[in-house]
Write a protein of this length. Structure first.
Length: 150
């Protein structure tokens, strides 16, 4: 059984990929690709039902499609983070705190740092910096962590 490729060239495939990822240049350009797909499928002898089903499957995949380059770079970042969290957990927690990111509130990361054996200090005029700082196993909250009361 031969596959339905519908005679789309690389430029058409590029337009289709951008459209599936939500980065369509124009709706007209995308409609041309759809029309070309249906016209070419018919010219290759495929029934309308088969062509519609294949197109339905292509459209349904759009919500799950993902750039391979983005996926690969995210995988590299994930593995690097996992390595750091495994072999340098105290440094990793301080870095996440200073990045103001992560999935949880900052206090969760401070609690995790304490659980990992860090001794946590409130901002100290003599030891703290703007960001949270790690000295051995002593963590000094940064001055940026202070909330301003108005």
């Amino acid at each position: 059984m031969r596959s339905i490729h519908a005679g789309l060239d690389l430029a058409d495939a590029d337009v289709l990929c951008r459209a599936m990822s939500g980065k369509t240049r124009s709706r007209d350009e995308f409609d041309l690709i759809v029309n070309k797909f249906f016209t070419n499928s018919t010219s290759y002898g495929y029934s309308k039902e088969v062509t519609k089903e294949v197109w339905r499957q292509i459209e349904s995949f759009a919500g799950y499609s993902f750039s391979k380059a983005h996926s690969a770079s995210y995988a590299v970042e994930s593995f690097q983070s996992l390595y750091l969290k495994t072999y340098f957990p105290l440094e990793f927690m301080v870095a996440v705190i200073n990045n103001f990111g992560g999935f949880y509130h900052t206090w969760v990361y401070f609690n995790e740092a304490k659980r990992l054996g860090e001794k946590l200090y409130l901002p100290d005029i003599n030891r703290s910096l703007q960001l949270t700082t790690l000295y051995g196993k002593d963590v000094y909250m940064g001055f940026v962590s202070e909330k301003k009361e108005l």
